[in-house]
Design a binder for this molecule. Structure first.
Ligand code: PMP
Length: 355
């Protein structure tokens, strides 16, 4: 039976990305050695890094004056590296969910943190609006897509200070205005690659301003200066990122990804809103097109487990909602197909008819 992967991360990748990466794991560039057993300093690996970097700059239209690096440690390490490197006196954070809160917690170790707004009291079911940023803050940190709750900031915010964006779960799904950011970071395991690498985009002239000694490995300058080769980089995840970047380019770039994401979301939210059994969990205007969260309507609450079992038997994988929301979450990252979303909608329709 065909499986449809709605995992929240690690998540679905394009089939050809997996196949091409697997081939290189068996025999890297005809060398007779696996990608896993070559040195990161082998002459064939530098072109992988270079091409990945140049595709990222091209796809996201990154202006001059920015660097692109790959690090280990996940997006979670960036929660600490960001304030270590960028917080001088005060930082502003928009609290839109678990990951934003975790980022804020680390920042408090380094200076004053202003929470500009929060939707915590409403279990993060919306993106707060109408707040202001302290003009003297060094940056505003935002989480552009809230993976757990299914809300998203899909339109560039208009703020008076530079932003830092955790784009772990929506990078490469739409065009972004990089010039508004001093730093963008993203764990790879949703829209970019297998787990194990984090992509970081940095505005060069904002580095080296923090008034504290920074351990070498946690100083962004180390990795910029050494081209992500200060220590051994995660070679296989970076290679899989390169394959995904090639795939995104071949499939029309981030504009095409954006269009597809909206199409998938329209199909699925359309069914959630139509079907008597289900309802969405977040404010409509803030709905994520990446993580689509829904629950049973109250009068059908007892059907949650039976629907999960029904959909699972039909090949749906990873649709259980995060424990802090409950219900269901269908993650629809770039590799998700219209066919996959239609298969889930079909399950929802059939289940409605039977109940
Ligand atoms: N930020 C966001 C928006 C996420 O979705 C996640 C992981 N799901 C993280 C940060 C943490 O990422 P990692 O596991 O790579 O540390």
């Amino acid at each position: 039976m065909k499986k449809y992967n709605f995992n929240a991360g690690p998540s679905m990748l394009p089939r050809e990305v997996i196949e091409n990466t697997a081939k290189q794991c068996l025999d890297f560039n005809g060398s007779g050695l696996s990608l896993m057993e070559i040195s990161h300093r082998a002459k064939d690996f530098q072109p992988v890094l270079d091409e990945a970097e140049s595709l990222i700059k091209e796809l996201l239209q990154i202006p001059d004056g920015y660097s692109v690096i790959f690090l280990g440690g996940g997006a979670s390490l960036e929660f600490c590296m960001v304030p270590y490197n960028f917080l001088i006196n005060k930082a502003a954070y928009l609290n839109t969910g678990t990951w934003a809160k975790k980022a804020m917690k680390e920042a408090k170790l380094f200076g004053e943190v202003v929470e500009v707004a929060s939707s915590a009291d409403a279990n993060y079911t919306f993106i707060p609006k109408g707040w202001t940023c302290p003009a003297d803050a060094d940056y505003l940190h935002i989480t552009t897509n809230n993976t757990i709750y299914g809300t998203e900031i899909r339109k560039e915010l208009d703020v008076n200070i530079p932003m830092i964006g955790d784009m772990s779960s929506d990078i490469f799904s739409r065009p972004i205005d990089v010039s508004k950011y001093d730093c963008i970071y993203a764990g790879a395991q949703k829209n970019l690659a297998m787990a194990g690498v984090t992509l970081i985009i940095l505005k060069n002239d904002k580095l080296g301003k923090a008034p504290r000694p920074i351990p070498t490995m946690l100083d962004y300058r180390t990795h910029v200066e050494k081209g992500s080769m200060f220590n051994t980089p995660p070679v296989v995840p970076i290679y899989s990122a390169l394959e995904t970047l090639r795939w995104i380019k071949a499939n029309g770039g981030v504009e095409a990804m954006d269009k597809l994401a909206k199409q998938r979301a329209e199909i699925l939210y359309g069914e959630i809103d139509r079907n008597k059994l289900f309802r969405g969990t977040v404010k409509e205007e803030d709905r994520s097109v990446m993580n689509i969260c829904f629950v049973m309507n109250d009068e059908y609450a007892e059907l949650e487990k039976p629907f999960f079992e029904y959909a699972t038997a039909k090949g749906m994988v990873g649709i259980k909602g995060h424990r802090s929301v409950g219900g269901f979450r269908a993650s629809c990252y770039n590799a998700q197909t219209i066919e996959g979303v239609e298969a889930l909608v079909q399950c929802m329709k059939e289940f409605e008819t039977q109940n």
